[in-house]
Design a protein around this ligand. Structure first.
Ligand SMILES: [Zn+2]
Ligand SMILES: [Zn+2]
Length: 402
C-alpha cells in the first residue's frame, strides 16, 4: 500500500489544497496515533465511552473547535463546530467518529482507528478553516455496537442542517460500498414459577423449557428464512440452580435483513415464536426491541469522490462489500448524503469482531491506514466545501432526482 502522505500527489480537483490537508495530518501524526492507541488500550463498551469521549473532546478544543460534550441525551456524544473563515452558513460537512468497544473483547471492530481518523480529519480541515465556507461539524457518535447511538443523536437534532456525513471503517479489504442489514436487538424474558426440581417439579412452570423451545423453533425457522437474513442469540439468564425449576430466563437475540420490509415480517414472526414457546410451557413472555439500525442508502456522488481520492494513494476499490453486518450509519444515510467506506488494516480473511482483528487495530499498518483515512475524509470534505454543485448533486441523488 502506498500511503506516503507527504510525497503523494492528491487527486484533482484542488490537489494543492488536498496536499496541505495531507501535510496537516502528517504534522498531527503523533497526536492522532496516540489517541488511537490510548483508546485501543482502554476499551469501553457502548454508552460507557467516557474516557475516549473526554480525550477526543480535549483534542478538538485544542484545535479550535467549539465543543459540546455531552451532546444531546447521550453522556458520551460530542458535537464540535469550527466555522469556516469565509462567513457563509453552508455547507455543513459532518465528520463522524465512533469509539465503542465490544464487551469482553476490546476493540475487535477497530473503532479506535475511527475515532483517531475522524479527529485527524477534523484537525486537518481546521488547519485550512480560514479559506473554507460553511462549518466543519465533528460528530462523536457513541454506541454503534449496540443501541444505535446515532439514532438518539438524530432524534436530538444533532444532525440538523448537515449536508453530508463521512465516516471510515477499518476492514480486511477496501470498499466504498457496503450493504448493512436492518437490525434490532430483542430482549426476551420468560416468567414461570419456581418449584423443587426433585420433590414437586409438577408444581413449577419452567421458564428454561420456554427458552429452549424458542431456540429450537428459531433453528427450524431458519430453514424457511431467506438466506441473506440473520437471527442469532445468547441466553443471559438460564436459571439459578439445577435443583430449582427456573422461574425466569432472559435472552438477547438479534434479527437482521438487507430488506427493511422483509425485516418487519421477521420481527412479527419472531414475536409469534416467543408467544408459542410461552404457550407450550405455560409461562409468560415479554419481547422488547431496541437499538434499531437501518439499511444503507447509497450515495454514488460521494462514493465516486472517495474512490478518486483513494486511487491517488494506490487504493483500488474492491467493489461492494460481500459481507454484511449492521450499523447505525445506515440510519444517518436516510437523513443526509452519507458514505461509510472501508479501508484494510489487516490481511484479507481476518475476521471482524475477533482477537485477530483487535490486535490488528493497533499495528503500524493500522496506524498508516488511520492517517490515510483521516486524509481522505478531509479531502472529500474539502471538495464539498469548495464546490456547491457537488453538494447539490449529492442531495439530488439523495432525493431520488438524479
Ligand atoms: Zn464497527
Ligand atoms: Zn462492530
Amino acid at each position: 500500500m502506498t500511503t506516503s502522505l507527504a510525497t503523494t500527489r492528491p487527486a484533482e480537483p484542488h490537489a494543492d489544497a488536498k496536499g496541505r490537508l495531507a501535510a496537516a495530518v502528517e504534522a498531527a501524526r503523533s497526536e492522532i496515533l496516540e489517541l488511537s492507541h490510548r483508546i485501543h488500550a482502554n476499551p469501553e463498551p457502548a454508552f460507557e465511552e467516557r474516557q475516549a469521549a473526554a480525550w477526543i473532546a480535549e483534542l478538538l478544543r485544542r484545535n479550535g473547535y467549539a465543543v459540546e460534550h455531552p451532546a444531546g441525551r447521550l453522556a458520551t456524544a460530542i458535537r464540535a463546530v469550527r466555522p469556516g473563515g469565509r462567513g457563509d452558513a453552508s455547507p455543513r460537512i459532518g465528520i463522524l467518529a465512533e469509539y465503542d468497544a465490544l464487551p469482553g473483547l476490546g476493540h475487535g471492530c477497530g473503532h479506535n482507528t475511527m475515532a483517531a481518523s475522524g479527529v485527524g480529519a477534523a484537525i486537518a480541515l481546521a488547519a485550512l478553516a480560514e479559506e473554507l465556507p460553511g462549518e466543519i461539524v465533528f460528530l462523536g457518535t457513541p454506541a454503534e455496537e449496540r443501541g444505535s447511538g446515532k439514532q438518539f443523536m438524530i432524534d436530538d437534532g444533532l444532525f440538523e442542517g448537515i449536508d453530508a456525513a463521512l465516516l471510515f471503517h477499518p476492514c480486511d479489504r477496501n470498499h466504498v460500498e457496503s450493504h448493512p442489514l436492518a437490525s434490532e436487538d430483542a430482549e426476551i424474558v420468560f416468567n414461570g414459577l419456581q418449584a423443587h426440581a426433585a420433590s414437586d417439579p409438577w408444581q413449577g412452570r419452567n421458564a428454561l423449557d420456554a427458552m429452549i423451545t424458542l431456540f429450537s423453533t428459531v433453528g427450524l425457522w431458519r430453514q424457511q428464512l431467506r438466506p441473506d437474513t440473520r437471527v442469532h442469540g445468547i441466553i443471559q439468564e438460564g436459571g439459578t440452580a439445577a435443583n430449582i425449576i427456573p422461574d425466569r430466563t432472559r435472552a438477547w437475540f438479534m434479527l437482521r435483513s438487507p430488506d427493511q420490509a422483509y425485516y418487519e415480517t421477521m420481527k412479527e414472526r419472531f414475536q409469534a415464536l416467543a408467544k408459542g414457546a410461552a404457550l407450550a410451557t405455560d409461562t409468560s413472555v415479554e419481547v422488547t426491541f431496541s437499538g434499531g439500525s437501518m439499511t444503507m442508502k447509497q450515495n454514488r456522488t460521494l462514493e465516486d469522490r472517495w474512490v478518486a481520492n483513494a486511487a491517488a494513494y494506490g487504493i483500488e476499490d474492491q467493489g461492494p462489500d460481500p459481507n454484511s453486518g449492521s450499523t447505525d450509519m445506515g440510519n444517518v444515510s436516510w437523513v443526509c448524503p452519507t458514505i461509510h467506506p472501508d479501508l484494510a488494516i489487516a490481511d484479507e480473511g481476518t475476521p471482524g469482531h475477533s482477537i485477530l482483528f483487535r490486535d490488528a487495530a493497533a499495528t503500524p499498518r493500522a496506524d498508516e491506514t488511520t492517517l490515510l483515512a483521516a486524509t481522505l475524509v478531509a479531502q472529500v470534505a474539502y471538495e464539498l466545501f469548495a464546490d456547491p454543485a457537488l453538494v447539490a448533486a449529492a442531495w439530488r441523488e439523495f432525493r431520488g432526482e438524479a
